[in-house]
Design a protein around this ligand. Structure first.
Ligand code: DLZ
Length: 164
């Protein structure tokens, strides 16, 4: 237990653990596909840059963000050796309440997966007022949230390993 605590304290630093022994799943929503592809690419590149092997990254696509939770659950059951899963989506505010329900559903669903499962599920869903905000955060002037999500996944995979 003492060792685990010592290791866990390192997550407060900026260091990113080496990902060479980790396996990752990424579930990608097909709504706003150019943006979700850019987010996926940002995540994929970050995994590789931090040592992960291409063959240890599994990608599944789903129709929309609302389906991300179900697919992450099935992915977790299908590949119990995964160290972390990232869900990638883009929800853009429209004229109806659909935005609120999709955002609420996927956020709560990811939270439930994290509470009830043993594989960390990382939230990479942009919830924007308009498409320019999404462009800016998927490789534009505000960086790439896919990159940040992959780094979070690597850190959580290491935490999972150390906490066992
Ligand atoms: C229906 C819908 C709408 C209006 N907007 C989006 C969106 O901005 N982003 C997204 O990922 N998905 C959207 N969807 C699709 C839903 O997520 C879902 O695929 C459908 O409601 C079917 O369950």
């Amino acid at each position: 237990m003492a060792t685990a605590h010592k290791n866990l304290s390192t997550y407060q630093k900026e260091e990113i653990p080496n990902a060479k022994d980790f396996k990752f799943g990424v579930v990608v929503s097909e709504w706003n596909p150019t943006i979700t592809q850019n987010l996926f690419q940002g995540a994929f590149d970050a995994f590789i840059e931090n040592g992960a092997l291409k063959e240890n990254i599994v990608r599944w696509n789903v129709p929309g963000s609302f389906e991300l939770v179900y697919a992450a659950k099935k992915m977790r059951e299908s590949f119990d050796m995964l160290d972390a899963i990232v869900v990638v989506g883009v929800v853009i505010q429209g004229e109806t309440k659909h935005f609120d329900f999709v955002c609420q559903g996927v956020t709560q669903g990811v939270m439930d997966l994290n509470i009830n499962g043993d594989i960390p599920v990382i939230f990479c869903v942009l919830t924007d007022n308009h498409i320019q905000q999404s462009i800016d955060r998927s490789g534009g002037k505000h960086g790439n949230k896919g990159t940040e999500a992959a780094i979070a996944a690597i850190k959580m995979a290491q935490l999972k390993k150390d906490a066992k």
